[in-house]
Design a protein around this ligand. Structure first.
Ligand code: F0G
Length: 392
């Protein structure tokens, strides 16, 4: 049956009950856990793993939560669902609403989401509204809409989203054969996903499947770092919203709804909140691409942040870390192309990079060549490339 092929609904005993015929599924979940040998070697770690949630049906981790919350919308008899989004939630909601035959409305900040995501909302038939504001402004408008119209809110404050988004924690444990990893590293935007995963691990411990939980660390972009600042200033007692600005548009969020939950997870698991620069994000994204995996910029903050946690010993060389890659590389191919053409980072940003980092960027960049349709020219191009580094 369809629901047994879903990596979310095969855990239905641990989910709020929706009768089976109301479940809206695209066979989400069951995503791969990849080894990251090159990044592990560069960091001096024995192991590094990446749970690739970008391998979900709409290309992001949002599908695991959306199948749960959209099914509740159907079971509750709603005709309309809506969300404010930096792009991935809207893509997921639009797809699941289309499957269920519901109408959906997305509010997105004009000019601030990646094309791949905008195209998905349109493709799946959503009423797509671009507001002249940022994500935080979209959330405010939607807050008023749901008070005045019978629309089911599918932002991550919806508790059923978190129920679905806890299931990758179960999968990670299965895939690690119940050896609990020491660290799980998650990007932080609206700050719901870290707590969803924390809930998943806590439930596994409560049920006696594991005896400890991983430390969950949250990584933010420097330009969208309200949780980082809050932890530093007052240990998460209060949070001052910021005006967010990062090329990792998925996490360009200045006033995260679920920051209190995130603080609880950081404190209860013993993880940390770190911030990473635009340069660090771009480099990490290229490194994840060079593993043959790839991800969107917001996901690459995990590797960039892990470097900092390893550098000062917060993550030990013998410990196992799992990066949560939240979105597929094709979500934001514009970013990737600009990086490889050397057009992403400004000269001012690159000015602070030391020689080793400059060299690393050059080594990772692969701009396309334009040649005449001439066999000799193509053969010369092959000769000009560095030799392959085959595994030992
Ligand atoms: N990574 C990606 C690719 C995302 O799309 C998001 C959030 C996050 C990380 C952060 O997760 O918000 O739970 O801390 N995207 C939302 C959206 C906000 O609208 O698609 P979070």
């Amino acid at each position: 049956m369809g629901i047994d092929q879903s990596g979310v609904w095969r855990f239905r005993d641990l989910l709020p009950i929706v009768s089976a015929e109301k479940i809206v599924t695209l066979r989400e979940g069951n995503t791969p856990l990849y080894e990251m040998p090159k990044s592990a070697a560069a960091l001096g770690l024995n192991w590094l793993l990446a749970k690739h949630q970008g391998m979900n049906p709409t290309g992001s981790f949002k599908d695991t939560g959306m199948t749960a919350a959209l099914s509740v919308a159907v079971a509750s008899g709603f005709e309309w669902v809506a969300c404010a989004s930096t792009g991935n939630t809207s893509a997921a909601m639009a797809a699941y609403a289309a499957r269920a035959g519901l109408r959906s409305m997305v509010l997105i900040p004009e000019g601030k989401i990646a094309w791949g995501k905008l195209s998905q909302a349109m493709d799946y038939g959503s009423t797509t509204i671009q507001l002249r504001t940022d994500f935080d402004g979209c959330v405010k408008v939607l807050g008023e809409i749901v008070k005045r119209a019978p629309v089911y809110l599918l932002n991550s404050v919806n508790p059923y989203r978190l129920e679905g988004q806890k299931t990758p924690a179960f999968e990670i444990l299965e895939q690690c054969e119940w050896q609990v990893p020491h660290h799980v590293i998650v990007p932080g935007g609206n700050l719901a996903n870290c707590s969803a995963l924390g809930k998943g691990f806590a439930e596994m411990k409560h049920l006696g499947f594991i005896h400890r939980v991983p430390k969950i660390s949250v990584i933010q972009a420097e330009g969208a770092n309200p949780l980082y600042q809050s932890m530093k200033a007052n240990g998460g007692a209060s949070l001052e919203p910021v005006t967010a600005n990062t090329r990792a548009s998925a996490i360009q969020i200045g006033n995260p709804a679920s920051w209190r939950k995130a603080v609880r997870i950081l404190v209860s698991t013993g993880g940390w909140c770190e911030q990473v620069s635009e340069r660090e994000i771009a480099l990490a994204k290229a490194e994840i691409g060079a593993e043959g995996i790839g991800c969107e910029p917001a996901s690459a903050v995990t590797l960039a942040g892990l470097k900092k946690l390893v550098a000062d010993g917060r993550v030990g060389k013998e410990e196992t870390a799992v990066l949560l890659l939240t979105g597929h590389t094709l979500k934001d191919s514009d970013y990737t192309i600009k990086y490889h053409l050397g057009e992403l980072l400004t000269d001012v940003e690159m000015a602070d990079a030391d020689a080793a980092e400059q060299a690393r960027h050059i080594e990772l960049r692969h701009a396309p060549m334009v040649l005449d349709a001439d066999v000799e020219a193509v053969l010369r191009a092959i000769d000009s490339q560095a030799p392959a580094v085959l595994p030992a």
